[in-house]
Design a protein around this ligand. Structure first.
Ligand code: HEM
Length: 221
């Protein structure tokens, strides 16, 4: 096993801040929804709006970071070994089988993670944020006395926003469970905290190989 620096500083900051904001938004959002009472409706609605702007700002920085560093490539979907990965999570890992895919610095995500995280970033989060913005702007009046977001019924906006909120909570629960399926139950969580993860020596080598292949490909271009 060799220690490899796999998660960069911004990536860890973004991951934990996003997780905290989503949990806070879920708590305040469901208080607004009337599911329970803790801060009181007024305060919950106010904090929900403040946290939502913080999440939007964080995501803008994260999008910038993904493109500047080229890390967006980690999320390119692939069907190669996708079935093996599903079978591993469904049966293999309970029988002590080996992970069907190898984690390297240049390929941190297995085929199933790529697909799920891509859906999270391109569908689930945008649906929740866009419906949230529509919620905020619904029937508000702008500087020119024009009513903003008038044509979309509030019930539709509330439906999409609440659906997004439920799915985000489901994602969170499954995600936390899946983090325990690494080399040890806490190795993935510790890696996201420290940046370093213990990978098999071969993993590192295949990472190096990939690195030089990518370099060669770039040179050829
Ligand atoms: C940038 C993202 C978000 C924005 C702009 C936003 C905005 C809003 C707004 C404006 C409301 C209506 C309450 C009010 O007037 O303050 C609301 C309600 C709500 N939000 Fe969000 N929100 C966002 C993210 C989230 C997230 C991540 C969750 C949960 C994981 C969430 C869960 C809820 C729930 C459950 C409600 C109550 C819906 C209802 O009962 O109709 N929101 N949100």
């Amino acid at each position: 096993m060799k220690k490899v620096y796999i998660y960069h500083g911004f990536e860890r900051f973004w991951h934990w801040t996003q997780a905290s904001l989503i949990i806070f938004l879920a708590l305040t959002g469901f208080e607004v929804h009337g599911s329970f009472s803790m801060l009181g409706f007024e305060a919950a609605a106010r904090y929900h709006r403040v946290a939502s702007w913080m999440l939007i700002a964080l995501i803008v920085f994260a999008i910038f970071w993904h493109f500047v560093t080229g890390e967006w490539r980690q999320y390119l979907p692939t069907s190669k070994k996708l079935k093996d990965q599903v079978l591993y999570y469904a049966f293999g890992m309970f029988k002590g089988s080996h992970h069907p895919t190898r984690k390297t610095e240049l390929s941190k995500l297995n085929p199933l993670q790529r697909l799920v995280y891509l859906g999270f970033k391109l569908v689930l989060v945008p649906v929740t944020i866009i419906s949230g913005i529509f919620y905020m702007l619904h029937k508000t009046i702008d500087q020119n006395n024009i009513v903003v977001v008038e044509d979309v019924p509030l019930a539709n906006i509330a439906f999409w926003h609440t659906l997004g909120a439920f799915l985000l909570i489901v994602f969170l629960i499954v995600h936390v469970y899946m983090t325990t399926t690494g080399h040890t139950p806490t190795s993935n969580i510790r890696a996201m905290m420290t940046g370093y993860e213990e990978l098999e020596e071969d993993d590192e080598l295949s990472g190096e190989k990939q690195k030089s292949t990518t370099k060669k490909q770039k040179e050829q271009r």
